[in-house]
Design a protein around this ligand. Structure first.
Ligand SMILES: NC(=O)c1ccc[n+]([C@@H]2O[C@H](COP(=O)([O-])OP(=O)(O)OC[C@H]3O[C@@H](n4cnc5c(N)ncnc54)[C@H](OP(=O)(O)O)[C@@H]3O)[C@@H](O)[C@H]2O)c1
Length: 225
């Protein structure tokens, strides 16, 4: 059944491949990006029902208004929190601004979108939320990445588990580690293409009613938090 999916950071990297895949599956796609012209250029060669929408994750009040504006014209059935930043540095070397910006973009913005969008999903009796996190946000894997990234991705995983307790079963939320991908973030040495990272995400975005809820997945298999 055709659904409407909002994908943040949809203009490049993994987000653009998720857009491509969800459109190919026949869903209506809302390509969220902070620079609409870049989103339009990215979407130009993709077949399917794609609408470019303004989603800037860097300011909560503006973001909440952008989400409400989108909801005036669209029923969002699927939210994929994909957009994120990776800033370098350990707890001793990281710039304070990078840590604060990462909290905003990688965590607070996801909270904002969920808080604005999930109530309408609950009202309609259907919702799928996918939080794209990372193995660098896994306690079981040692939280070994840059402090700003690891801590915010671990916190987004925590949000996934926490909010699953508060949602009805027909609105599902799950986290995913997409793998190490050749994108601007992942770099050219990564073993996987951006398209290789979409399978688990589109699976979680289109779960049937008896699908998992409140989990962390990689390669369509549960991953330890
Ligand atoms: N690549 C990997 O190896 C890897 C591994 C594990 C997890 N992940 C996760 O996968 C997701 C996608 O990563 P990627 O590799 O595709 O990263 P990427 O190539 O750096 O792309 C990041 C996307 O996020 C958007 N974004 C960043 N800040 C934003 C803001 N303030 N407002 C709106 N959009 C913003 C970017 O938009 P602009 O073009 O406007 O900057 C871009 O579309 C992220 O959640 C990442 O943490 C990636």
């Amino acid at each position: 059944m055709t659904k409407t999916a909002l994908i943040t950071g949809g203009n490049r990297g993994l987000g653009l491949e998720i857009v491509r895949e969800m459109a190919a599956l026949g869903h209506k796609v809302l390509l969220g990006c902070r620079h609409v012209t870049q989103g339009e250029q990215a979407a130009a060669d993709i077949e399917g029902d794609i609408t470019v929408v303004h989603i800037d994750l860097s300011n909560s009040d503006a973001l909440r208004a952008q989400a409400r504006h989108i909801m005036e014209n669209h029923n969002i059935d699927i939210l994929i929190n994909n957009g994120a930043i990776l800033r370098d540095g350990s707890v001793l070397s990281a710039k304070k601004e990078d840590f604060y910006d990462s909290i905003q973009v990688n965590l607070v913005a996801c909270f904002d979108l969920i808080q604005i969008i999930a109530p309408a999903m609950i009202d309609r009796g259907f919702g799928r939320i996918v939080n794209v996190t990372s193995d660098w946000g896994s306690f079981a894997d040692g939280l070994g990445g840059p402090v700003s990234y690891s801590v915010t991705k671990a916190a987004l995983n925590a949000l996934t588990m926490n909010m699953a307790h508060s949602l009805p079963e027909n609105v599902k939320v799950n986290s995913v580690h997409p793998g190490w991908l050749r994108t601007d973030m992942g770099g050219s040495a990564a073993p996987l293409s951006a398209a290789d990272g979409t399978e688990t995400i589109t699976w979680l975005a289109t779960l049937p009613e008896d699908g998992p809820n409140g989990g962390f997945f990689h390669d369509k298999k549960p991953k330890q938090w």
